[in-house]
Every structure is written in structure tokens, then in C-alpha cells.
Design a protein around this ligand. Structure first.
Ligand code: HT7
Ligand code: ZN
Length: 873
């Protein structure tokens, strides 16, 4: 398959100003008539006079230019295009095609989910609906007319504001929608179904009334409240923080059960994976609730960052995604606990993006080449992209950053633009030269900061020297030093923040954090006026997506873990210390714990003044996968053994405190979603996890009681997880009871599959294989597939990487089964093998064998082909 390069970008030769679509909807065969007002683009160079429209899997029935049907000699139909010979400079094109939603298993274009019909057009799905210039820099006004059977599809939705509707008298009805804002076709959407509607209202800052409508399958009518509340909070937040108001009369959200990703920001008609809409305390965990709040906000924020201003081409994907993720992260931090939110975001970055950035699929935040764009909806484009925007916000400060975003929204409204356009607005509004910052967008790999320090007792001077090292990638020279904001604080022996006085400044800045800027390979900062050698707290709040190397002693880390005023760095110190002990435990299993470690754990556990959510994070050990990523060669069993040993030591030594913490944080009251309530549940369930490690009759009884009490899904899942791990009859009984209770709720059944796939018991693969035959398992629902196969292959390092290689064969069997049906999801699964070079020789050979098995399979999708080819290298 061909590779698409950023350097080959050319403006479109033709533009489309107006699109009128008319759908006669039916799951088996839908007829799509498109009327396009097309004109030559005055800004583009003239080609051969032909017009090439994208189109895939379309059956062309009718074709006319300016009302004149075309003769066969005037056009050509190819598998992925319709070519019109010698078209006029301005004309009206009418096409009519037939498509087959019920047969669409790829879930791109128009497809059936349960009894409803819906669309997914990003990135290139619109070409499966009608012939079009399917590229984001072609922006058009759309009107959509939907015709369908009134009984089967009483609800008919599309983008924009509702227009007239009509009963057609033959059992069918018609609805028209008009979207006044020009948009690229990837933002087109329609939904038809028999749906329950929940309605609310929002008055914008300037007094515009907006009707908010949530549509779900009728049985989910009582699981919508949280999503609606989240939407209203996001709307208000965007007004206050970015001055952005909503712009249509209606905002529609539809929850569907078959969806390849999380959600989609189609203009005025968001389509969501039901997982990111539906919640009730007894069906959804705290993490589900937070996920819903974050994704609802993310899609809403796209209305400005993505829709009103969109991407010139798909290489610019991070322009909308990086910025929108940064916006949703800040929203979540404002709605909840800022420290805990930041920790969760950084853990996610380190667990998913760092390995991606050091492996065979590494790419810059702005990729410069792809085979299949669907493979580039990655942690790098999204989460690292968000970190780049966060660094820009840190470098500029809140006022200049806001002036920059205001300028961006004012200057580029209604346009399809590039990352340079965004950076230029920030530079202009702040008066800063951000040219060098663009290197961050072009440079793959995680930079490392090597920090050295020096204390001069006589002068009271403390010098920090920071060297940046950008990992070499084989095919790309380093682009030069990166601008890096490094937030630091200095602590005295009592753990107080010191005033910071740089030698070349007239006066100190007040005690606390300040941002040091790196612009060259190595930079020194001299702090003066200090009474004693301070302890540095580096990269506070994770102010840049880098790895810091500084030679902390164990004592320093214990000190920071218990004293740092920066909550994030307290967590980070605990992580560094635990990582150090665990990796030592892998190579020398009987090393005693350093003095102070258990003590620091005890202090954190019992520190009633601190945020319980933050305490739970500090007391959570790094995952096995993360530890593996820190090793030259991943020692699968060694890591597991070392981690289990440490958990056991903590559980035994601190049993009394853990039990007390468990009891003190039980909350018999109604479910609340405050940061405090969430934090207390997290801390209680963390205590339970430690206690269940050495499960005796007492803790087992606690766990069973928590499971049976069914107070909320957070507590039930925490208990079920450890009951499953304990094994035996208790596990089977709990699993059976859970399934019997929830077999009608798909999202809860997904949890039931997931928890079994996550188990560290040695028969997990056998169990997962037998679950493939379970009445509730299906490969055609991405959520179900992810919950069983995805969880096992991507989240269970110990059992997926069994030395026999059986996990690898299992994965590739599934990928081969799935690829012809849903290549997007198949390509995601293959990424479980991306780190194959990091394992021992035997596992390397086994993984490589399975990758080659894939590589030599005929008719592989380009999605899977690209991932496999790059992974094999
Ligand atoms: N912008 C949306 C991306 C998306 C997507 C991409 C490819 C295939 C299916 C998809 N569904 C949604 C999601 C977002 O970032 O908001
Ligand atoms: Zn997005």
C-alpha cells in the first residue's frame, strides 16, 4: 500500500461550497443522493482537468452534472474513486449510490448498531457514504434529509439545527437538518433509531438558549444524569476559561453500543461509545464516572478546537487532539482533585506513550508519513500532544496563553489550518519566539534530563546543571535543543519550600515553585542566599514530557514522598523509590528494604490531613508493565515475583494500619462523586488489595461482605477483583452471582469479562479461551472484544507473555479472525506485540514468529500491514 507524505501536501484543486444529502434509510440497502456545488479552487494549480472524488464500497446508480446525466465515456469508477473527465470550473454534481449498513462490520461510514443506524466518518469514513473530496481542508455547508420507516426509526438526527419534518403517508417520515457552519465531511453524522430522549437546557453567557438532548436505548433511560451534568459543566467551563460559547440551537449526544473508539465530535451531533455516557452508582465505577466527564467535555471542547477551526490535513491531527486533550485534562483537574488528576494523566502517558515513543511505532506528535491514518490516533498524537500544549501554557503563563488562544479563535474561525498557525498566534500574542518549540512536534522519542548539583557551603550557593539528551532515532537526525520548562522547588531540612534567588536576579521569588527554562543542550542555574544544602524537587507537576535522571538517595526520596509541597512530586518520589526497590528485588531477591520505606508508607497511610485520593496514589506500586519498560530486558516472572514480595511485606508489616484505614474509610451513606468520596473509596480499596494479598479468613470475609453489600460498582469491582484472584469456589460463586445479576447490561458484562482476563492466576489463558465460547461473547462488538481479548493481551503482562508463547498465538489467531471484519480494531490489538525486541531471546523468537505469520498472510488490511511491517522493522 502507498505511503502518504506530509511534504506532498497540495491544496485541493476543487472546492465544495454546499452539500445537500438525501438518505432513504434502510439497514440492508440505503440510498444516498448527494447534490454538490463544486468549483475550481483559485488558489490551487490546475491539473489535468479531471475531478477525482473519493468513494469506497459504493454502488453508483445515477450521475449528473448540471442536471445532465453523464455518458459512460465521461467518467470512470475505480475501487476507491470516481473520476469525472474534464469538468467545468463551476457546476452542480448529483450522485446517487446504494450502500449496505447492516453488512458494515468495520464501523466506518454508515452502520447498524443494535436496532439503530449511525455513522462514523473520521478519519476517512465519509467516502463509504457518498462520493466526495474526503479531506479536511474541503469545508462545506451541509443540509441533510433523512427518510425512514416511522415505527422502526422514529428518531432521525443529523448535524446542525432541526428543519421541517413531515409524514410521508406510506409508513415513512422525513426530517431535515441544516448545519449553517462550514465543515469538513469527517464531521458529518446521522443517527436513526427508536431512542429514549433526555432533555435539558443551557443558557450561554450571551443569553442564547440551547436545547441539550441525550439519546440512549430505552433500557438505559436512568443512566443519563451524570453525562448531562458533565455536559453543562463543560459548556460553562469553556465560556469562563477560553471565552468559547456554543453556537447552534441544539446539542445532541447519542450513545451507541458498537463503536471503535471513545466518542466522536460530529458538529452538533456527538456520537458516543455507550461506555462514555451511561452511569448509575450500581453499574459504573468512579473511574467510569470520571471517564464520562472527561470524554463528554473532550467532545464538547472540539466544537471550537477541531470543528470551528479544523485541521488542514491529517498530519495536523494533534492540532485538534493535543489541544483538546489539554483542555479536557484541565477541566477534569478543575472539577476534581488537581493532584490526583495530574497523576492519572502522567501515569497514562508513561505507561502508554513512553513505550510507544521508544519502540518500533515511534512517531513525532506531527507524523510526516503514514499508510493508514487510523493507526495514528495514538498516545503520542493525543497525550504527548497535550503535554506540548501544556508546556506552551506554562512557558507563556495564563494571561499570554489566553491572549494567544483568543487570537487563534478569532483569526482562524472557519478555516482548516496547521500547527504552525496555532503556534504563530501564541507567539504573536506573547511576543515570544516559539520557532524552536516546533521541534517538539517533529522530534520523536522521550528526551532525558540529566541533573547534577553542587553546594558551596562558604557562599551559600546551590548550582543546578541540567543537560538535555534527545534519544537518537535511526532515521532522523536530532532537530536541535528543545525549549523545556522545568518547574522546581528547593526544600529545607524540615521540608519547607525555600525562596528562590537566582544569582543574576536582584531579589528572590517567594518560597514555592518556579519555572526554569532550558533552551540549550546544557544550562546551569545558580541559587544564592541559602543557609544549607537544599533538597531539589524537580519537574514539579511534570512540567515537561521527559525523563529526569538525578541521583537521589533513598532517604531523599522518602523525604520528598512525605514532605514535598507538590503533591505530584510526592507521588513521583514514591514511584521512583518503589521502582528502585522492585528492580533491585528482581536482580537480588532478598535485599532488605531500606530503613524508612515502610515507615513512610505507614505515615502516608495514616496521614489524615492529606487528600485520601493522593495517599492512595502514593501507596500504589508501579505496574508490572511499567517496571518492565524500565529494564533493558523485561524479566516477566522476576518482576511479578519482586512486586508480589513487596506487596506481601507491606501487607504483613502494616496489617493493623491497613485494617484501620479500611474501616475508617468505609462510607455507608449514599454514593457521592466528590473528590473526597472518590479518594476515600480509592484508599479503602487499596487497603483491601494489600490485605487480600495474604488473604486469611478475616480479610476474605471483609472482601465477601463488600462484594455482597453491593453499595456501588466501585466497591463491587474492587472486591470481585481480589475474590477472583483468590481463586477456588469463592471466585466462581462471585463471578456467577455477578453475571446472573448483570447479564442484561452490556457494559457491566464487559467488566465481568475484563476482570477474568486480568487475573494473574496461571489458568487465565485457558479461561479466556473458553470465554470466547461464552453465550455473551462476540467479536463484533469492540467493547466486548476489548474487555476480553484486549485486556488479556494489553494489560496482563504476566499471563500474556507466558514463556510458552501460547498468549502470542492466541492474539494472532484473534487478529486474523478480526482483520477482514474490523481492521481498525485488529491493528490496535497487534500493538500488544510492539515491544517484542525488549524481551528475552525465547519470547523474542516466539513473538517474531507470530508477527511473521501475520506478515505472510495474504490480503491483510493496510491497517494491520502497516503496524506489522513497522514492528518487524
Ligand atoms: N476525533 C475522534 C476520533 C475518532 C475516530 C478516529 C478513527 C476511527 C474512529 C473514531 N472514532 C472517533 C475522537 C476524539 O478524539 O474526540
Ligand atoms: Zn478528540
Amino acid at each position: 500500500p502507498p505511503t502518504i507524505h506530509l511534504k506532498d501536501y497540495r491544496p485541493p484543486e476543487f472546492l465544495i461550497d454546499q452539500v445537500d444529502l438525501r438518505f432513504e434509510l434502510d439497514p440492508d440497502t440505503t440510498q444516498v443522493e448527494a447534490t454538490l456545488a463544486i468549483r475550481r479552487n483559485p488558489a490551487a494549480t490546475r491539473g489535468d482537468g479531471n475531478l477525482r472524488l473519493d468513494g469506497e464500497q459504493l454502488e453508483l446508480e445515477y450521475l449528473a452534472i448540471d442536471d445532465r446525466p453523464l455518458a459512460r465515456s465521461e467518467y470512470r469508477v475505480e475501487p476507491e474513486a470516481l473520476i469525472l473527465r474534464r469538468v467545468p470550473d463551476r457546476f452542480r454534481l448529483v450522485t446517487r449510490v446504494r450502500i449496505h449498513p447492516a453488512r458494515n462490520t468495520a464501523l466506518e461510514g454508515l452502520y447498524q448498531s443494535g436496532s439503530m443506524l449511525c455513522t462514523q466518518c473520521e478519519a476517512e469514513g465519509f467516502r463509504r457514504i457518498t462520493y466526495f473530496l474526503d479531506r479536511p481542508d474541503v469545508m462545506a455547508r451541509f443540509s441533510t434529509t433523512l427518510i425512514a420507516d416511522r415505527d422502526r426509526f422514529p428518531i432521525l438526527l443529523a448535524n446542525g439545527n432541526p428543519g421541517p419534518s413531515q409524514d410521508l403517508g406510506d409508513g415513512r417520515h422525513l426530517a431535515r437538518w441544516d448545519d449553517p457552519f462550514p465543515k469538513p465531511c469527517y464531521l458529518f453524522a446521522l443517527v436513526a433509531g427508536d431512542l429514549h430522549q433526555v432533555e435539558d437546557r443551557f443558557t450561554t453567557a450571551s443569553g442564547r438558549e440551547v436545547s441539550l438532548r441525550l439519546f440512549v436505548e430505552p433500557e438505559h433511560h436512568d443512566q443519563c444524569e451524570h453525562a448531562m451534568r458533565s455536559l453543562k459543566k463543560a459548556m460553562r467551563w469553556d465560556e469562563e476559561r477560553y471565552g468559547r460559547e456554543y453556537d447552534l440551537d441544539v446539542y445532541l449526544i447519542v450513545a451507541v453500543s458498537h463503536f471503535n473508539m471513545g466518542a466522536m465530535e460530529n458538529k452538533g451531533l456527538n456520537i458516543f461509545n455507550a461506555k462514555y455516557v451511561l452511569a448509575r452508582p450500581d453499574t459504573a465505577t468512579d473511574q467510569d464516572y470520571l471517564g464520562i466527564q472527561g470524554v463528554i467535555a473532550h467532545e464538547y471542547f472540539h466544537n471550537w478546537t477541531g470543528n470551528r477551526i479544523t485541521c488542514r490535513d491529517w498530519f495536523q491531527l494533534s492540532l485538534k487532539e493535543g489541544f483538546t486533550v489539554f483542555r479536557d485534562q484541565e477541566f477534569s483537574a478543575d472539577m476534581g482533585s488537581r493532584d490526583v488528576t495530574r497523576i492519572a494523566d502522567v501515569r497514562n502517558l508513561r505507561n502508554r506513550q513512553f513505550p510507544e515513543d521508544s519502540g518500533p511505532l515511534a512517531h513525532p506528535v506531527r507524523p510526516d508519513a503514514y499508510i493508514e491514518i487510523n493507526n495514528f490516533y495514538t498516545a503520542t498524537v493525543y497525550e504527548k500532544g497535550a503535554e506540548l500544549v501544556r508546556m506552551l501554557a506554562t512557558l507563556l503563563g495564563p494571561d499570554a496563553f489566553r491572549r494567544g488562544t483568543d487570537l487563534y479563535f478569532a483569526r482562524h474561525d472557519g478555516q482548516a489550518v496547521t500547527i504552525e498557525d496555532f503556534i504563530a498566534c501564541l507567539a504573536e500574542a506573547s511576543g515570544r519566539d516559539l520557532g524552536p518549540f516546533l521541534r517538539w512536534y517533529a522530534q520523536p522519542g522521550t528526551p532525558e534530563l540529566e541533573v547534577r548539583d553542587q553546594w558551596e557551603d562558604e557562599t551559600g550557593t546551590y548550582r543546578l546543571t541540567i543537560r538535555q539528551r534527545i534519544p537518537a532515532t535511526s532515521d532522523r537526525p536530532s532537530s536541535g535543543p528543545l525549549p523545556i520548562p522545568v518547574a522546581v522547588g528547593l526544600l529545607d531540612a524540615k521540608g519547607r519550600d525555600l525562596p528562590l534567588h537566582l544569582a543574576d536576579e536582584p531579589a528572590p521569588t517567594p518560597a514555592g515553585t518556579r519555572v526554569l527554562e532550558l533552551h540549550t543542550d546544557e544550562t546551569s542555574f545558580r541559587f544564592v542566599g541559602l543557609a544549607a544544602r537544599p533538597i531539589p524537587s524537580l519537574l514539579r507537576g511534570f512540567s515537561a514530557p521527559v525523563k529526569v535522571r538525578y541521583d537521589y538517595s533513598d532517604q531523599d526520596l522518602v523525604f520528598l514522598m512525605t514532605h514535598d509541597s507538590d503533591g505530584f512530586n510526592r507521588w513521583d518520589a514514591a514511584q521512583s523509590l518503589a521502582q528502585r526497590l522492585l528492580l533491585q528485588g528482581v536482580s537480588e531477591p532478598n535485599t532488605p528494604l531500606p530503613s524508612g520505606f515502610i515507615d513512610a508508607f505507614r505515615r502516608t497511610l495514616t496521614d489524615e490531613d492529606a487528600d485520601p485520593g493522593l495517599r492512595a496514589e502514593i501507596l500504589t506500586l508501579p505496574s508490572e508493565a511499567y517496571l518492565g519498560d524500565q529494564m533493558e530486558t523485561v524479566d516477566v516472572e522476576g518482576i511479578h515475583r519482586a512486586r508480589e514480595t513487596l506487596i506481601g511485606q507491606i501487607a504483613t508489616t502494616l496489617r493493623a494500619e491497613l485494617l484501620a484505614t479500611y474501616r475508617a474509610n468505609q462510607d455507608p451513606g449514599p454514593y457521592r462523586l466528590t473528590p473526597l468520596a472518590i479518594g476515600r473509596r480509592a484508599l479503602k480499596n487499596l487497603a483491601l488489595a494489600y490485605l487480600m494479598h495474604t488473604s486469611d479468613d478475616e480479610t476474605l470475609a471483609l472482601c465477601q461482605a463488600q462484594f455482597a453489600a453491593h453499595q456501588n460498582m466501585t466497591d463491587v469491582m474492587a472486591a470481585l477483583r481480589w475474590l477472583v484472584e483468590a481463586g477456588g469456589e469463592t471466585a466462581d460463586q462471585a463471578l456467577d452471582a455477578f453475571y446472573r445479576r448483570w447479564s442484561d447490561d452490556a457494559l457491566v458484562v464487559d467488566k465481568w469479562f475484563g476482570i477474568q482476563a486480568l487475573s494473574q492466576r496461571d489458568d487465565t489463558l485457558l479461561r479466556v479461551e473458553s470465554l470466547l465460547d461464552h453465550e455473551a461473547f462476540t467479536m463484533t462488538n469492540p467493547n466486548r472484544l476489548r474487555s476480553l481479548v484486549g485486556t488479556f493481551c494489553l494489560m496482563n503482562q504476566l499471563r500474556f507473555h507466558a514463556a510458552s508463547g501460547a498468549g502470542y498465538v492466541f492474539l494472532v489467531d484473534r487478529v486474523l479472525e478480526l482483520d477482514p471484519k474490523n481492521p481498525q480494531i485488529a491493528a490496535r490489538l497487534v500493538q500488544a506485540l510492539a515491544q517484542w525486541r525488549r524481551f528475552d531471546e525465547t519470547r523474542r523468537g516466539l513473538m517474531r514468529g507470530q508477527l511473521e505469520r501475520l506478515f505472510h498472510t495474504p490480503d491483510l488490511s493496510k491497517d494491520v500491514y502497516e503496524v506489522v511491517a513497522k514492528t518487524l522493522g
